[in-house]
Design a protein around this ligand. Structure first.
Ligand SMILES: Cc1cc2nc3c(=O)[nH]c(=O)nc-3n(C[C@H](O)[C@H](O)[C@H](O)COP(=O)(O)O)c2cc1C
Length: 322
């Protein structure tokens, strides 16, 4: 019997497949379905910072009073529905349940993190999306917000904290190292965002969202491999993972787990078992008894040909097309 266990955020996972934060994890019943389908853990649909602000206190009013109210009331009441969901899910499943907050600041909400911990969350994933739009802001200043958010949350909870981030940073390797020193437990690469579009007849802006497709995993693969062994936190991969082989690739690059949404939306949670079978068949071929032994085997620091990770320009020689 092959052993597919892995450890991520100090949590023992029976296999590396986590159902990513999405509508697939937005209720206790859906989380039960994830467990029944064979998922090793779930990240619950994010609680959005903006929603919290609007729903609980209304966005109108005096800015200063509003800030104060948010801070004070937030401490007392917190995100009730979200905590109730965590409590209900924790009673019904044995797999780890990771709470998620989508945030853009460290201003007033980090006390919610403590309430999520109290509600039984096994870990917390912060889905941070701070788009730098101010030309006078230096890259380091724009990236400091990620560190500030992490530090504010780590000061309030004991459960492991992961950050789920996008792909555009001036030096992701540096940021990841700084976050690791600030106590980050896990880094999830890379989040996938809605696209901006336009309706040219109505002269209006739009956002559109499409599910990922199979070839979208390469960027996460490269960066997981580049960071593996260089940062102190665990790495998890998300975006474009659609097959068991792609799960294996992420592990070989250095990920301890993967987070999948699009595939399960499109083809159902029933995809988990065939993926696990694909991984098991590969382990047999490789005579690998413990999947965790494979983590990072082809990472930048362990690969025999690390320079390939650095090549992204088209070179005919690489493909033998000259
Ligand atoms: C319908 C949908 C809703 C999502 N909602 C969230 C969310 O609330 N919070 C979050 O961090 N990620 C959210 N995501 C992103 C997923 O968690 C995942 O990281 C991303 O879709 C990439 O994985 P995939 O290629 O397997 O879809 C959502 C994705 C989808 C498809």
């Amino acid at each position: 019997m092959m052993n597919m266990q892995t450890s991520y955020l100090n949590l023992n996972l029976k296999n590396p497949i986590i159902v990513a934060s999405s509508g697939l994890t937005k209720s206790a019943d859906k989380i039960i379905a994830c467990e029944e389908a064979g998922a090793a853990a779930v990240v619950v649909k994010s609680l959005f910072e903006e929603t919290l602000a609007q729903e609980e206190w209304g966005a109108a009013g005096h800015a200063e009073a509003y800030e104060y109210l948010r801070a004070e009331l937030g401490k007392q009441y917190g995100p009730r529905d979200y905590c109730a969901l965590l409590e209900a899910a924790k009673k019904k499943v044995t797999i780890p349940v990771i709470a998620s907050i989508n945030c853009v600041s460290d201003k007033w909400w980090p006390d919610y993190a403590r309430q999520m911990e109290a509600s039984g969350a096994d870990a917390l994933e912060l889905n941070v999306y701070a788009l730098p739009t101010d030309p006078s802001q230096r890259p380091g200043e724009a990236e400091q917000i990620y560190v500030d958010i992490l530090v504010a949350v780590k000061a309030r909870v004991k459960i492991p904290v992961a950050l789920k981030i996008g792909r555009y940073f001036s030096n992701l390797t540096h940021l990841a190292a700084v976050l690791g020193r600030a106590g980050l437990d896990g880094l999830v690469l890379f989040n996938r965002f809605a696209d901006l579009d336009m309706d040219v007849d109505k002269m209006q802006l739009q956002t559109s969202f499409t599910f990922s497709h199979e070839k979208e995993y390469h960027e996460a693969l490269r960066w997981i491999a580049l960071l593996s062994g260089k940062v102190s936190c665990d790495l998890a991969a998300t975006t474009g993972i659609h097959t068991g082989v792609e799960v294996i690739k992420m592990l070989l690059a250095g990920a301890r787990a993967v987070q999948i949404a699009s595939l399960f939306y499109q083809k159902g949670l029933g995809q988990i078992r065939p993926m696990l079978e694909e991984i098991e068949a590969w382990m047999k071929r490789q005579q690998c008894e413990n999947l965790s032994d494979c983590i990072g085997k082809l990472s930048f620091v362990n690969s025999q040909t690390p320079e390939i990770y650095l090549r992204s320009q088209f070179m005919e020689k690489i493909r033998g097309w000259d």
